[in-house]
Ligand binder design. Structure first.
Ligand SMILES: Cc1cc2nc3c(=O)[nH]c(=O)nc-3n(C[C@H](O)[C@H](O)[C@H](O)COP(=O)(O)O)c2cc1C
Ligand code: SF4
Ligand code: SF4
Length: 442
């Protein structure tokens, strides 16, 4: 049986599945319930000087049949008194001594940071997470993403925390920045023990087009919120990869952003996360999703022969490179499996209008389109729009013997350098004459 237990920067937990600091970790009641269901750790809803929240405070992007594909909030940190939270942290640790209770913190002055770090640790925190990510409300007060966007300030605050902290310090980063590795490096330089990312992305999820007010609606006004949920997963994974590949960071990473199931968790780990944190999926479906995450994750580990989470962390990083290192000689083209095709012709429209005119409608009376092999550039679009799983397969056509990258070509001076260079274009880069677009309509 694979071992799911983790030691993340010195914080031990029975498994790597943690709740992110958010409404599901607002109280001892919720965290006890979550641990009882199977979650291995929880990052307590950010503590600080309690705030006053507005209503409403959430907005959502519903895409076709999927509700909350993207989720947005204008909620701030905890609105509960510090002493109530501390008492409950103590109680949770009493019942769950082996689970990870990380306390998220956000205050302003060095004195306040010192005080709240000591309070959280005295209450039994196994680790601390510094919230430098909140992109609304708190940043206007000089905290949250206002700190995460200023690496020097971030570094100074991590140093303040490290002056008194006895438990590991995780620095939570904001994605609202052009290069995530800059605050990542600042976290390392300040003495942080780990980083976690991403916090939410600044956003407006929609506008009430009758009343001219964006969502979420607060008495005729709104403001930008923080975006999260399944829609942000690709952005989160890219940022995690960037941090994991940066030798100047070299810290354990807790991955956050759109994780809903075991497969999402695996993907984050393969890109360098040692633990994962979940918020929106729990707000949507409840703590019970852990009952599917754990067995699915364990089966995957068994199938791949991983004994520990550490063995799989970063496994996809060696295969994640820059564009200039990709093989220009690797060539695939689309092939339609006729027996699976339902004749919807979505692939034809997509390739005809949105790609490379490499699919023709059948001339033999069926609705199964035909690939024009010599025009197909192997872009994948048809296979992505095809509604039938496995109906369009991308088939390799090169013999696998040649491997030449853009970098190789640049080094050997074999790249286009003038506007009308003969070296332009890729394989099969054929284009029809403009006028032939009108021929059939005349
Ligand atoms: C309603 C709400 C409140 C949040 N509050 C906090 C918070 O207090 N502290 C914090 O560090 N992150 C907070 N977050 C951000 C989450 O911890 C997490 O980083 C983000 O939602 C991305 O994960 P997800 O896609 O699983 O939701 C909040 C998120 C939501 C949706
Ligand atoms: S999209 Fe798929 S199912 Fe539809 S016509 Fe093309 S190959 Fe057939
Ligand atoms: S892979 Fe791209 S170019 Fe080839 S048929 Fe499909 S959509 Fe057209």
């Amino acid at each position: 049986m694979p071992d799911l237990s983790v030691n993340f920067a010195g914080i031990k937990a029975p498994n790597p599945f943690w709740l992110a600091s958010a409404p599901p970790t607002n109280s001892g009641y919720q965290i006890m319930k979550a641990f009882d269901a199977g979650w291995g750790g929880a990052v307590w809803k950010t503590l600080g000087i309690p705030v006053v929240n507005v209503s409403s405070r959430y907005g959502s992007v519903n895409y076709r049949d999927s509700r909350m594909m993207g989720f947005s909030n204008i909620e701030l940190i905890t609105d509960r008194p510090l002493k109530d939270n501390l008492k409950e942290i103590e109680e949770v640790k009493k019942y769950f001594p082996d689970h990870a209770v990380i306390v998220s913190l956000m205050v302003e002055s060095r004195k306040e940071w010192h005080q709240i770090v000591k309070d959280a640790e005295n209450a039994g925190a196994d680790g601390l997470e510094l919230n430098f990510g909140c992109p609304h409300g708190m940043c206007e007060r000089g905290m949250g993403s206002a700190v995460g966007q200023e690496p020097e300030v971030l570094k100074t605050i991590v140093e303040w925390v490290k002056e008194v902290a006895k438990t590991p310090v995780i620095v939570k980063l904001t994605p609202n920045i052009s290069d995530i590795t800059e605050p990542g490096q600042a976290a390392k330089q300040g003495g942080g023990d780990a980083i976690s990312l991403i916090n939410t992305i600044q956003s407006i999820v929609g506008v009430d087009i009758d009343n001219f007010v964006p969502y979420p609606y607060v008495d005729g006004k709104s403001t930008n919120g923080g975006y999260c949920g399944p829609a942000v997963k690709p952005i989160a994974m890219n940022m995690i990869k960037n941090c994991a590949q940066d030798p100047a960071i070299g810290l354990p990473i807790s991955g956050i952003g759109g994780i809903e199931n075991w497969r999402d968790a695996v993907e984050f780990m393969l890109l360098g996360a040692g633990t994962v944190q979940v918020c929106t999926a729990v707000m949507h479906y409840g703590f019970g999703i852990i009952r599917e995450i754990i067995p699915g994750f364990e089966s995957y580990m068994k199938e791949k022969g991983f004994n520990t989470v550490a063995e799989m962390t970063g496994k996809a990083l060696p295969n994640t490179t820059t564009w200039e290192n990709l093989n220009l000689d690797y060539k695939i083209i689309a092939e339609i499996h006729k027996e699976k095709c339902i004749g919807c012709q979505l692939c034809y429209i997509a390739c005809e209008d949105g790609a490379h005119q490499a699919i023709r409608l059948s001339e033999n009376g069926t609705r199964v389109p035909q690939i024009i092999e010599e025009n197909c550039v192997g872009c994948n679009l048809c296979s992505l729009v095809c509604p039938v799983e496995g109906c369009i397969e991308m088939i390799r056509k090169d013999d696998g013997k040649k491997y030449e990258t853009w970098k190789d070509r640049t080094d050997s001076g074999n790249i286009p350098t003038t506007f009308n260079d003969k070296l332009a274009g890729g394989l099969h880069h054929w284009v029809p004459e403009p006028l032939s677009a009108l021929k059939n309509k005349r």
